[in-house]
Structures are given as structure tokens and as C-alpha cells.
Ligand binder design. Structure first.
Ligand code: DON
Length: 584
């Protein structure tokens, strides 16, 4: 068994990882938990996994609403997209339904026995891979309680019916090229733990495309979850099995941690930008704040007056992110954060930040400091979204963090556990899996939620409603905001907005990432402004959906990954038939 640190490999695989799904439902039927089930008038699904899209369409066809379909897709992804879909991880949902705008936080928490220096050795040196591989990397799972809570508040169909497609898939499904490729890439991680290898790499070889996978214990766990709700996975023998799997490989997770986990409804991060209303995820995700700070700075810089795709626009975007990600350094769990929207989105701070941006030259990141009281004048993931004809929308992003999480699989349940502990500043000041430098506010602490970048987002203007999100760690908010801006500022269709070449800057390291599809002249122009430009095959994987007008819907799976789209009702509907192709 190899003990080579695999942090570098995870970084390579996961940052641009194609691990996002998006689902959209469009219905002219009014919704509400009290309404009797009825057939949706129209619906659209876009997802990274065709079988998960099918699950969403099935629930729409049965009269499910946006929340029902979203939860069904999320659970189907936990089976057929195990590198990111999960019951052993967590996530966030942003909801706009029946006139309410809400955000559900089902992010993992640190176990009660977690300590500030748990990932350092006696000399204060980070222990290689400890926050990424094995039991110590595992945060308390939030998905079982979170997905159920979302359905409890907003769903319409019986819970068991929403879980049923995932049960069926766990009884047997065909491995796609995408999953086979990811399994092969993560062979070393998957074969470190015998229970994981037994399921995903029997006889040492990752399962190939076209094979049928049968997961009878996962099917039984899901069936029990459908019958009894979260307690089927968070108490009794299931909780004991999860805790035992984590502790057997060095973890500190207990049955008390698992049973004590609670999702939290939070006020969404709401802001107005370019004439639209936007709702995104508040702390413990940095995503919404980064989106809002970026838009606030760009409005002040009259960004929309420059042509789409011009070096002027891309330069200002990078400079805005340089400052937003510097401010991210102060963020953490709402209980310990050193700043929040009150400081970072305050007009005087945005005015000062915008005034500090040089339109001609990149500011070295060393000269950009996080927000400070002293200078107040002058800081592998899956996404799905639903929009219906009434303008109701649900966007969920859920993750194990790295592809296949910690690599630890609970044998009794066939559930993979996350490695979300690496999202903490495990060694404050040092970069994490996504190269992010994070501060003391996000240090490890018992019961704390680790800072995230996930940005499930819904935006609306009149009857026009847009839902989107992305995987990609630190690239999530930058990929998401670029698609958002293309629609809000340029009036682009969501397909055009998703297809446009993307860039990324995150303050540290001081480099501007650009997709290879960005034209050479623009790259040169950015270099001349002082940006160190590094090319990447892809940045994020944004799948967007939109209700353009009453009964008119659009779906835009990102063709950077093998995204699949589908609509309901449609005689020829087949998500698998509409798969995109990889661009790399
Ligand atoms: O919460 C976060 O920001 C990360 N755990 C997200 C990980 C991710 O996007 C991996 N997918 N490529």
C-alpha cells in the first residue's frame, strides 16, 4: 500500500473537476406543501450524470415540485456520481419558493474532539495528507439531515417517493465513461482502504465503463432512509458503523457527533446587481460574499461600458477578485468570523476598494491587504438547480470536498465519507487543497463549520429567473459570477454565458488563470498590464437554467464536462442522448 502524499494529485484532479450537476424544473402549476400532487406543466433538467437527470424528470412527471426534484437528483448523484454526490458529506441550498427566499446550511462540522492543531505534528509541521485522506479528514456528515430538511419544508410528494429513484439505482446501474475515468484517476486513494477497494476497485482494478455496479447495502440504507428519515443514517447501527469506519483509519468522529448534527436555515446573502436581485449562500460559505463584493466593485468601475471579453473587462475582474479573496482571509464559521457582509459589502469599503484599482496595471497581491478595523475608509462537488413556471427556484451544491472524499467507505452502508476538514485553515497561513491562504477565523475548532466557496445562486428580474452554480473549490465563485455577469450585464443567453472562456484570480498565489480557449491577443494584453497568466484547460463547470418567461425555459449544461440536459414533458426526452463532450 503506497503512502505517498497525494495532496498534489488531489489538487490536480479536483480543482477543475467536472463534478457539478444542475437540474431545472419549470411548471406553470402553483406550488406549496399543502397542494395535492399534480403533473408539472413543463420542466427541464441539466446534470453531470444522465441517470440523475432521469431521476429528476421522473419526479417532475409524478407531480413533484422543485424541491422534490432537486432532492431526488441529489440522492441519485449519491449513487451514480459517488466522487461528489453523497450521503457522507454536506452542502448548501438556496431556495426561492412561494415568495420565500431561504438558504439551508447542511455543511459538515468538525467533530467535538477536533482541536486547533490536530493536523500538525509535535514540531508544528503539517502532517502530510492528514486533512485529506482517512478518518481524521472526515467532518460530521450533513447531507442526510439536510436533504430531508429541505424536503420537509418545501417538498410536496411523499418523502419515500422522492428517495425511490436512488434506491433503484443503488440496486444496479451502468458505469459511465466519466465515472470510470475518475475511478481510474483516483485508484491510489480508492485502494488504500480495503472496504472502499472492495466496492470501487475490486481486485485492485477500478471498475470500467459499461460495467454494472450493484450496491445492495447502499440500497438498503436508502430504503431505510426513505422509510424513517435521517435517523436511519444518524443513529443506531448506521451511526455506529460510520463512526467505526472513521476511527478505524485514525478519525475522532463519534456517534454523538453524528446524531447531534443539525442543518441550519440562514438568511441568504442577498444583493442587487445590474438591476437584478440575487440570492446566494451566506457564511459559512464565502461564495455569496465574493459574488456580491465582485458585483459591487464592477458596478463602481462601470465595468459594463467595456466590450464583453475585452482585456479591460478581464483586468478589472481579476483586480476585483484579488481584493475579494484578500477579504476572504478574515472569514470563517459565522460564530468565529472576523468580518462579514456588514463590513465587506458596506458602501464606503466598496468605494475605497474600487478607488484602489488601477485600470492599467495589476496591483501586486502583496500590496492588497484584507479589510481591517484600522483602515475602515480605504476584504469535488455537485450542483443542481430548479426553476418552475411560477418563478420558484432551488439551487443545491453538495460535496465530499476532494474526489471520493477521504477515501473511507462505511462497509455496512456503502457510503463514502468526506474530507471536508481540509477546508479549515488546518495550518493557518499555509495553502489548502485549492491553494487558498486562510486565516485564524477558519482555524479548526470543535463543532465549527469549515469555510466554503460553494455558491448556489438564484437571480431574478421580473419574470426572468436564473439558477446556477459550479464545482471547483476556490474557482466556484469566480466561474459562477462570470456566467451571472454575462447574463445580467450583456443580456447573453445562458448557453452563450456558460460557453464564454473564463479566467480566475484568488489573491494568493498572485497569478491569473485563463482557459486555453481565451484568445492569444487578450492573453498578451493582460500580460502587458502586469498579470502573470497561466493557462488551464478548464475553470469550473457551470450548469445554468433559466425561466425566460411564463412557460419558456432554457437549460445550459456546461460542455466542459459531459453534462446532460433534459426537459419534461418532451416525447423524445433522454438526458443521456444530450450529453456534451469533454473539451480537454
Ligand atoms: O466547500 C468548498 O469550497 C470545497 N469543499 C468545494 C470542493 C469542490 O468544489 C471540489 N470540486 N471540484
Amino acid at each position: 500500500m503506497s503512502q505517498t502524499p497525494i495532496r498534489a494529485r488531489l489538487s490536480r484532479r479536483c480543482i477543475p473537476g467536472p463534478c457539478l450537476v444542475l437540474l431545472a424544473l419549470f411548471s406553470t402549476a402553483p406550488c406549496g406543501a399543502a397542494d395535492a400532487p399534480r403533473a408539472a406543466a413543463a420542466g427541464a433538467v441539466a446534470s453531470a450524470a444522465p441517470l440523475a437527470s432521469d431521476a429528476g424528470v421522473e419526479i417532475l412527471a409524478a407531480g413533484g415540485n422543485a424541491a422534490d426534484a432537486a432532492v431526488a437528483v441529489a440522492l441519485a448523484l449519491a449513487v451514480v456520481h459517488p466522487q461528489a454526490g453523497n450521503l457522507g458529506g454536506g452542502g448548501f441550498a438556496v431556495v426561492r419558493m412561494g415568495g420565500e427566499v431561504a438558504a439551508l446550511d447542511f455543511r459538515e462540522t468538525a467533530p467535538a474532539a477536533a482541536t486547533h492543531d490536530m493536523f500538525l505534528d509535535a514540531t508544528g509541521t503539517p502532517r502530510p495528507d492528514a486533512s485529506l485522506v482517512g478518518g481524521l479528514a472526515v467532518g460530521v456528515p450533513g447531507s442526510p439531515a439536510g436533504l430531508h430538511e429541505l424536503h420537509r419544508r418545501f417538498g410536496r410528494l411523499p418523502w419515500q417517493q422522492v428517495v425511490a429513484p436512488a434506491v433503484r439505482l443503488a440496486e444496479g446501474f451502468t458505469v459511465t465513461e466519466r465515472l470510470a475515468t475518475e475511478l481510474a484517476a483516483e485508484r491510489e486513494l480508492l485502494t488504500r482502504f480495503s472496504a472502499t477497494a472492495a466496492v470501487w476497485a475490486p481486485a485492485g482494478s477500478p471498475i470500467g465503463a459499461g460495467s454494472t455496479v450493484r450496491l445492495p447495502r447502499l440500497a438498503a440504507s436508502l430504503r431505510d432512509y426513505g422509510a424513517r428519515g435521517p435517523s436511519a443514517l444518524t443513529s443506531g447501527p448506521a451511526a455506529s458503523a460510520i463512526a467505526a469506519a472513521a476511527t478505524a483509519s485514525g478519525g475522532v468522529l463519534t456517534v454523538q457527533d453524528i446524531g447531534g448534527y443539525r442543518p441550519v436555515w440562514r438568511d441568504p446573502l442577498r444583493f442587487r446587481a445590474f438591476g437584478w436581485d440575487v440570492a446566494s449562500m451566506p457564511l459559512p460559505s464565502s461564495g455569496g460574499i465574493i459574488l456580491a463584493e465582485t458585483c459591487g466593485l464592477l458596478e463602481r468601475l462601470r465595468w459594463s461600458t467595456h466590450p464583453a471579453g475585452s482585456p479591460e473587462r478581464l483586468h478589472l475582474l481579476a483586480e476585483a477578485w484579488r481584493r475579494a479573496f484578500a477579504d476572504r482571509f478574515l472569514l470563517g464559521d459565522p460564530a468565529t468570523t472576523l468580518a462579514g457582509p456588514e463590513q465587506l459589502l458596506a458602501a464606503p469599503w466598496l468605494d475605497a476598494r474600487a478607488a484602489g484599482i488601477d485600470r492599467e496595471r495589476a496591483t501586486p497581491s502583496t500590496r492588497v491587504q484584507p479589510w481591517s478595523h484600522a483602515r475602515p475608509e480605504s476584504t469535488e462537488t455537485t450542483h443542481l438547480s430548479v426553476v418552475d413556471g411560477a418563478g420558484d427556484a432551488v439551487a443545491i451544491t453538495t460535496t465530499l470536498n476532494g474526489s471520493f472524499g477521504s477515501g473511507v467507505l462505511v462497509p455496512e452502508l456503502q457510503i463514502l465519507l468526506n474530507n471536508e476538514m481540509d477546508d479549515f485553515a488546518t495550518s493557518p497561513g499555509r495553502p489548502n487543497l485549492y491553494g487558498l491562504i486562510q486565516g485564524e477565523a477558519n482555524a479548526v475548532g470543535p463543532g465549527k463549520r469549515m469555510l466554503s466557496s460553494m455558491s448556489p445562486t438564484v437571480a431574478w428580474r421580473g419574470r426572468d429567473v436564473l439558477a446556477l452554480g459550479s464545482p471547483g473549490g476556490s474557482r466556484i465563485p469566480t466561474a459562477t459570477v462570470q456566467v451571472l455577469l454575462a447574463v445580467l450585464v450583456d443580456g447573453a443567453t445562458i448557453r452563450d454565458a456558460v460557453a464564454r472562456p473564463r479566467i480566475h484570480h484568488q489573491w494568493q498565489p498572485d497569478e491569473l488563470l485563463a482557459e486555453e480557449s481565451l484568445d492569444g491577443a487578450t492573453r498578451v494584453a493582460l500580460g502587458e498590464r502586469g498579470h502573470r497568466v497561466t493557462l488551464k484547460p478548464r475553470l469550473g463547470e457551470v450548469h445554468a437554467v433559466r425561466r425566460v418567461a411564463e412557460g419558456r425555459v432554457e437549460s445550459a449544461p456546461d460542455l466542459r464536462g459531459p453534462g446532460a440536459g433534459g426537459v419534461y414533458p418532451s416525447p423524445g426526452h433522454s438526458p443521456s442522448a444530450r450529453q456534451g463532450t469533454r473539451l480537454e
